[in-house]
Design a binder for this molecule. Structure first.
Ligand code: FES
Ligand SMILES: [Fe+2]
Length: 422
């Protein structure tokens, strides 16, 4: 349980709030590359503020203020030009730095345009996502977390807009035991109610419902490592107990295993809305060359009341905790100790920013890749076609599923052939 004041402190993200100040030290996805493939503009809301994102005809990307400084029209309706975005109302044109370049209605000798600017923000495209930064300058480096830059990987991005504060979404990543019920018992209940008889689906949820014999947590340089040992697993060999999964502060979790990994990213739109992204990568291994992807395919992950797939089982319970969960009314038990650790870290980092410091995961040095450890279950020779895609969301895009399955099947055959040869 938290006091109402502390709940406000960690959940509110608007400008000038303690939590908002912390969250303004990080880069966020503001769109997928697929959202803005062609020159054009798009409305973006981040941390309770509104912006316009655009791509011009020279493929430059800009993140600027929401409205035209002339008569305040929303620039999401703008016309992309060779260099910049033009307001639809009177044609004022702005470049990616927010500088006004043209005011068509003014006399040719007017210099007014050179004195008009709109706010602009750093923006970068990486791994099929467009990231923006709206905090104090100088901006830190855009973190190159492993999966965004993983070579020879096939990617897919699942997207959901949620009516929920970001903290309750992120707290799920440190809440180990929800696996047993949310993804185990409740999943089995959904399969039964919906009359789904596919044995692979039942197997997945039966596995999830195994009781947690032990849970443990450890702070590490990027956040918190969480470990679980479930009934029937051996302490010496359990990947979940010996490797664990990293919660990457403040708003990401890394799950899966080598070959099939994902980030879940909670993008804070405002106090009561979160853009949830699941960033999948599939790695068939060095034997197989994965074709270039542009853009990375994006699919919608639905929010439904009786979810028969894993991620929607999480999404719906976060919404059902209320728009901003009232932590002054909760009752935490012993198995919730991870939540306490995460909240403590969150509060501590808010205080670090208040005192003028950089919180963790703000990187000032250029880097190629930030490595995160993950579980590893061996080579591809035991791969069963279709398995990598099993249990995900049920809404994966058909073409992309087919491509992943083809890549993995080829990788399995190559691994079997290599074993046969040697
Ligand atoms: S309102 Fe944008 S140019 Fe006039
Ligand atoms: Fe979950």
């Amino acid at each position: 349980m938290l006091s109402s004041e502390t709940n406000e402190k960690i959940t509110r993200v608007g400008p000038g709030t303690p939590g908002g100040e912390l969250m303004r030290r990080y880069w966020y996805p503001v769109a997928t590359s697929a959202d803005l493939m062609e020159p054009g503009a798009k409305a973006v809301r981040l941390l309770g503020e509104d912006f316009t994102l655009f791509r011009d005809k020279s493929n430059n990307i800009g993140l600027i203020g929401q409205r035209c400084p002339h008569r305040r029209v929303n620039l999401r309706l703008g016309i992309p030009e060779v260099e910049g975005l033009r307001c639809p109302y009177h044609g004022w044109m702005f470049d990616t730095k927010g500088q006004c370049l043209e005011m068509p209605a003014e006399n040719a000798d007017s210099t007014f345009a050179s004195r008009v600017q709109i706010d602009s923000y750093p923006v970068e495209e990486l791994g099929g996502l467009i990231f923006g930064y709206i905090g104090p300058l100088p901006a830190p480096e855009l973190p190159k977390w492993s999966l965004f830059v993983q070579p020879n990987a096939f990617r897919m991005i699942g997207s959901t807009f949620l009516n929920a504060n970001w903290v309750q979404c992120q707290e799920n990543s440190i809440d180990q035991t929800h696996l047993e019920w949310d993804h185990g018992h409740w999943g089995l209940y959904a399969l039964e109610k919906l009359g789904i008889t596919d044995e692979r689906r039942w197997r997945g949820f039966r596995r999830a419902k195994r009781h947690h014999a032990k849970i443990a947590f450890e702070l590490f340089e990027y956040g918190i490592l969480k470990f679980r040992l479930q009934e029937g697993e051996d302490e010496a060999t359990s990947q979940g107990w010996n490797h664990g999964h990293p919660l990457v502060f403040p708003n990401m979790v890394h799950i899966g295993q080598r070959g099939e990994q994902e980030f879940q990213i909670r993008v804070t739109i405002d106090d009561t809305h979160t853009w949830h992204l699941v960033y999948h990568i599939y790695e068939p291994g060095a034997d197989i060359k994965v074709p270039e992807q542009y853009p990375v395919p994006v699919f919608d992950v639905p929010v439904v009341d009786l979810p028969e797939w894993i991620l929607p089982q999480d999404l719906i319970v976060w919404e059902e905790q209320d728009e901003i969960m009232d932590r002054s009314q909760e009752k935490l038990a012993e198995s919730d100790k991870g939540l306490i650790l995460y909240r403590r870290l969150l509060e501590e980092q808010i205080d670090t920013v208040r005192d003028g410091g950089d919180p963790i995961n703000v990187f000032r040095e250029p880097h190629d890749r930030l490595h995160l450890e993950i579980e590893d279950y061996g080579d591809m020779s035991t791969y069963v076609p279709g398995d990598a895609l099993y249990g995900n969301t049920g809404t994966l895009p058909g073409d992309a599923i087919y491509q992943v399955d083809q890549l993995f099947t080829k990788a399995r055959d190559a691994a079997i052939a290599r074993k046969g040869n040697g």
